[in-house]
Design a protein around this ligand. Structure first.
Ligand SMILES: [Ca+2]
Ligand SMILES: [Ca+2]
Length: 214
């Protein structure tokens, strides 16, 4: 009898652990590659073009960044508007791209309240195969990112951005986007994304960033 109740307890525990979860899959825009390919040469490039992971997350995790305010180290984009980074449009055409100045720059999304963040997806640019330098993604409750900063992705292998060296890999941009899984989830109101130009030119472009949390 004791044995049976232990088995039942184990089942109940397993059910609780797996109850209310779902698999997170991104909504992906159509591919829009055009023009002549340009070689992508970065020291820490993941050339595998492996598909995004499909993490299991709690059922109430959802897209929490749509339409949220965006600020940047460059307030006056060369092209487009910062609001396009959270407007839901992930198209490849130049009309869907917000391009900010070259060098190490950041864009920052204000979730307007502290959230538990499980994943961040990035589409920098996907009408051409390219990879962005020094992509670092951080979360904080401090809009200045001076305290309580949690780094959830860091592909700056040589610490040229002076945010600490990271072991993540740069990737070749496609319409699939890049899904960064945050496991364990972290809490914060602001998500800041750094980059320092790309394999084609010095500027920093964004089509969309999606933050999944609760
Ligand atoms: Ca967009
Ligand atoms: Ca670097």
């Amino acid at each position: 009898m004791k044995k049976i109740s232990i088995v039942f307890a184990a089942f109940a525990f397993a059910a609780a652990a797996f109850a209310g979860t779902k698999v997170l899959k991104l909504d992906v825009p159509p591919a829009g590659l055009e023009g002549t390919p340009v070689p992508v040469n970065l020291a820490n490039l993941d050339k595998s073009k492996a598909p995004n992971p499909q993490p299991t997350v709690p059922e109430d995790v959802q897209l929490i960044s749509k339409g949220k305010p965006v600020t940047a180290s460059d307030d006056f984009p060369l092209q487009g508007d910062l609001s396009q980074i959270t407007d839901g449009d992930k198209g490849a055409s130049m009309g869907s791209v917000c391009e900010i100045m070259g060098g190490l720059q950041w864009v920052q999304i204000d979730l307007e309240k502290t959230a538990e963040i499980f994943a961040v997806a990035i589409w920098h640019f996907h009408s051409q195969e390219r990879a962005y330098n020094d992509v670092v993604v951080q979360v904080s409750d401090d809009p200045e990112f001076k305290k309580d900063v949690k780094t959830i992705f860091n592909a700056d292998h040589d610490n040229s951005a002076k945010l600490g060296a990271g072991k993540d890999m740069a990737w070749i941009e496609t319409n699939e986007g890049k899904l960064i899984v945050v496991d364990p989830a972290v809490k914060g109101r602001y998500v800041r994304l750094y980059s320092n130009g790309n394999s084609t030119n010095e500027t920093n472009s964004y089509i969309e960033v999606e933050i999944f949390g609760r």
